[in-house]
Ligand binder design. Structure first.
Ligand code: CAA
Ligand code: FAD
Length: 383
């Protein structure tokens, strides 16, 4: 076993850390409070190569490995989880989905702008009646000979208001069940695409989450992604990698709260000594560090399996299940360590606590991760 990061991975991690601490941190409270989309910050992330990190340079990406991507996400998530979710959807769902399953024409047409961050993408699977139960797609895409006619409503779509490219999952043949589902590349500017109001959320408040309606949208046949009937499997396979990204986001939230807590506990004095010297606080820090380290091993290992082209479905689900629980538990502890100061925005930990919750919900709830893990185990895929 080799637990060391190579030079390129270390350089990516340092660049992301510097960007997060110096560029994202100064405005993050303001953006969170006013739900302001981080337009300029995302543009800068594109310039740094963070919006298409694993995409081949042939299609305008940075050509890095998944571990580098995870390290960058983790550092950005220590500070700004709106930026990290925008980055994660664009990288691990949209860019990855098109690069892995798209035709050569689709890759050449859509990837360069997505990978540079000039255009942002969204991944449209969830519906009012199909969240965890994702095969229950009500959105339809009916073959009309020379095009598909798309009708339906997607909800909770990250990047919904800003993205120009949507990957839309829809049912084309209800009799076939999940084998009738397809995925389409839909452009936001096409007739019949209607963007609903922006959600006012507990956390990741400056990311834009919208309902999107598709009303008689004509989708050219060449915009179907992959073979007919493979859209559900495409979604599952893409999400398996995306979940490692959300696990890294959770790891960053826990790590960010931990770093702030160590700093604060050394500075804040009570009863004549720094609170870090009270055993109750020191033990909280010890537990935080231990749980974060355990989460890190799961997350990095899942990314390593992906880089090694090995099965990472269960490993990614385990990483997300565990890291999101660690983020939730220890972001609450970070607030506790900060006392009353932790309850106000200026100290950053209350925001991390609000952001932590979503990591247990999106890209498959914790219960869905347990379904993925247990089904694999029961099928004899021993971990
Ligand atoms: N890879 C390949 N194929 C897979 C697969 C995988 N990882 N997982 C399932 N499949 C295949 C199965 O083999 C099966 O195909 P066959 O019948 O041909 O064998 C088919 O898909 C259906 O699988 P299941 O019978 O397991 O399906 P299910 O209805 O029991 O549901 C589920 C399984 C895991 C719960 C799935 O519905 C699921 O993942 N739900 C959660 C949805 C989700 O994660 N949404 C996230 C939306 S995106 C998002 O959230 C972005 C964001 O916030 C930022
Ligand atoms: P439900 O499926 O209704 O689940 C409700 C509860 O029941 C959960 O606790 C769940 O775990 C539990 N449950 C359901 N079924 C089972 C079961 N079989 N066994 C045990 N427990 C079960 N989706 C996209 O497609 N694209 C996006 O970009 C996107 N971004 C999002 C951003 C935000 C801020 C949010 C809040 C959501 C986003 N989602 C997105 C949707 C997200 O993936 C879903 O909310 C999630 O998959 C859960 O679906 P649901 O909300 O319908 O909950």
């Amino acid at each position: 076993m080799n637990f060391t990061l190579n030079e390129e991975q270390l350089a990516v991690r340092d660049a992301a850390r510097e960007f997060a601490q110096n560029v994202l941190k100064p405005g993050v409270i303001e953006r969170d409070t006013h739900m302001t989309y981080p337009l300029d910050e995302i543009r800068q992330m594109g310039e740094l190569g963070f919006m298409g990190m694993t995409v081949s340079p042939e299609y305008g990406g940075s050509g890095m490995d998944y571990i580098s991507y995870i390290l960058a996400l983790e550092e950005i998530s220590k500070v700004d989880n709106s930026c990290s979710v925008i980055m994660s959807v664009n990288n691990s769902l949209v860019c990855y989905g098109i690069e892995q399953y798209g035709s050569e024409e689709q890759k050449r047409k859509y990837l360069p702008k997505l990978a540079s961050g000039e255009t942002i993408g969204s991944f449209c699977l969830s519906e009012p009646e199909a969240g965890s139960d994702a095969t229950e797609q009500r959105t339809t895409a009916i073959d009309q000979g020379d095009h598909f006619l798309l009708n339906g409503t997607k909800n909770w779509i990250t990047n919904g208001g800003t993205s120009k490219i949507h990957l839309v999952i829809a049912q084309s043949n209800v009799k076939e069940g999940h084998r009738g589902i397809n995925c389409f590349i839909v452009e936001a500017g096409w007739k019949g695409v209607v963007i609903g109001a922006k959600e006012d959320k507990l956390g990741i408040r400056s990311s834009d989450t919208h309902t999107i309606m598709y009303n008689d949208v004509k989708v050219p046949k060449e915009n179907m992604l992959g073979e007919n009937g493979t859209g559900f499997k495409f979604a599952m396979k893409t999400l398996a990698g995306g979940r490692i990204g959300i696990a890294a986001q959770a790891l960053g939230i826990a790590g960010g709260g931990y770093e702030l807590s160590v700093e604060y506990a050394k500075e804040r004095a009570a009863f004549g000594k720094p609170i870090a010297n009270h055993q109750a606080i020191a033990f909280k820090l010890a537990q935080m560090a231990t749980d974060i380290e355990a989460a890190k091993l799961l997350v990095y290992r899942a990314a390593w399996l992906k880089d090694a082209d090995m099965d990472y479905n269960q490993a990614g689900a385990m990483a997300k299940l565990f890291a999101s629980a660690v983020a939730m538990k220890h972001s609450v502890e970070a607030v506790q360590i900060h006392g009353g100061y932790g309850f106000v925005k200026e100290y950053h930990v209350e925001r991390l606590m609000r952001d932590a919750k979503i990591t247990q919900i999106y890209e498959g709830t914790s219960e869905v991760q347990q379904i993925v893990i247990s089904r694999g185990l029961l099928k004899g895929q021993l971990y």
